[in-house]
Design a protein around this ligand. Structure first.
Ligand code: NIG
Length: 421
């Protein structure tokens, strides 16, 4: 065996997450008690007992990480973020806590429009400097791949600017970023009363410009009373699909209006949020094998009820994914540990189902074949946790237990102190 670049030893167990979402999650996590993990050339080269490693696998150039009895799993994949933005909305947060609703604030010119004004005024350089600490915080929680949406530009110039920022961020951080075009996040203020003209702009100018520059993998739409109708969403997503952009939807977040059914009709990669999804919507997603991407910190942050029915979605046979939805309006947090906790407390998932949803489930949502899993040949993205079992993560609510984070075979984050139980 050629020498390993990195070896993680002395684990309680390694979760390789090699199963499928159709089997019991405990089994799908595929625990390998006391195994070690070897990485070479940025990929997984060995998982198994250290005693079975050939003598020549460890040499002077092998970096050895002592897991100190903690468990090891794949780097988390965050499949839903809006982490590129300027400005902040703490005043709106305060208003909501005193009774105002998200939609009332949006109708009064706040909400997404507020962040659009600030983001348009910011340069690419400023947006990069603002996004980097958010990415650092996600990395510190063990997230090694994150999807990032545009959607605070809402013009050709500024949507392209946001997506170029995402591309440039990729050279400033070890985090792998997957870009999504979300020009259909809201109808911008200057198109008030002219929504058809804005749709035209999206379809005729923004989508083709983004596709020409290869700036996005997905095309997303906020299908909602206050944003885009089901028919408008269909037109946009079909236009995007014709240009090679894979459809995703913000669906059934505030209003059940058939967005999940549209996601099923289009064979979308995911339907996200789903707090208000109906049984009919669940059946449609299940029949079309669409991933349900849940973002419970935004349900908490907006003080909404109910939470998305994670239990029902899993029981219907759906792949469930979990994301932070980092954004200034509905989820101003990079606390991935809190996402896992809420998924268990409020979405009704077991600890194993939540862990699946944050690793392999999320990777599947983004169409990433070799992420969120630690089989030989997969991406060398892993996390060493300061606790012996994944069950501890949602239980020790909102506490970060990631001790060492590895991306593509390189240590990219070390916690200052061992996470304590
Ligand atoms: O995913 N729901 C729409 N988009 C974001 C919120 C964006 C904002 O309020 O700035 C979300 O929750």
């Amino acid at each position: 065996m050629t020498m390993l670049d990195l070896l993680v030893r002395n684990t309680s167990e390694v979760l390789t997450v090699e199963g499928t979402h159709r089997e019991a999650a405990e089994a799908a996590l595929t625990p390998r008690p006391f195994a070690c993990v070897g990485l070479r050339a940025g990929r997984v080269a060995y998982v198994g007992p250290e005693s079975d490693l050939p003598a020549d696998a460890i040499g002077p150039a092998t970096e050895v990480v002592d897991a100190e009895g903690g468990f090891v799993g794949p780097g988390f994949v965050d499949p839903h973020t809006h982490l590129v933005f300027a400005g902040e909305r703490s005043a709106e947060f305060d208003l909501r806590n005193q009774g105002a609703t998200y939609l009332e604030i949006a109708r009064a010119g706040g909400g997404i429009a507020n962040t659009v004004r600030n983001t348009r005024a910011a340069s690419e350089e400023t947006l990069i400097q603002l996004a980097l600490p958010r990415i650092e915080r996600l990395l510190s929680f063990g997230v090694t791949t994150a999807e990032v949406k545009s959607g605070y530009g809402l013009s050709v110039e500024h949507e392209l600017k946001m997506l170029r920022v995402v591309r440039r961020l990729g050279t400033h951080t070890p985090m792998e970023l997957v870009p999504t075009l979300l020009c259909a996040h809201a109808v911008p203020e200057e198109y008030k009363g002219r929504r058809e003209d804005y749709l035209e702009l999206c379809i005729r100018d923004i989508l083709p410009a983004v596709a020409r520059e290869g700036l996005a993998r997905f095309c997303d739409v906020f299908t909602e009373d206050s944003a885009f109708t089901v028919d408008e969403s269909r037109r946009l997503l079909l236009a995007g699909r014709a240009l090679g952009l894979v459809p995703r939807l913000h669906a059934d977040q505030l209003t059940a209006m058939g967005a999940s059914q549209l996601a099923a009709e289009l064979g979308a990669a995911s339907a996200d949020h789903l707090e208000q999804i109906t049984d009919e919507g669940i059946r449609a997603l299940a029949a079309a094998n669409v991933t349900a991407c849940l973002v419970p910190t935004s349900t908490l942050f907006l003080r909404m009820r109910p939470y998305a029915p994670g239990r029902k979605l899993r029981d219907a046979g759906l792949n469930v994914a979990l994301g932070t939805n980092v954004n200034p309006g509905s989820s101003m947090t990079e606390n991935h540990a809190l996402v896992l906790g809420l998924a268990c407390l409020e979405n009704g998932l077991s600890a194993a189902e939540a862990y699946w949803a944050a690793t392999r489930g999320a990777a599947q949502c983004l169409g990433l074949q070799q992420h969120g899993r630690l089989a030989v040949g997969d991406a060398g993205d892993l996390v060493v946790f300061g606790c012996p079992s994944y069950r501890h993560l949602p239980y020790h609510l909102g506490i970060n237990h990631a001790r060492v984070v590895v991306k593509s075979g390189q240590v990219v984050h070390r916690a200052r102190m061992s996470s304590c139980q």
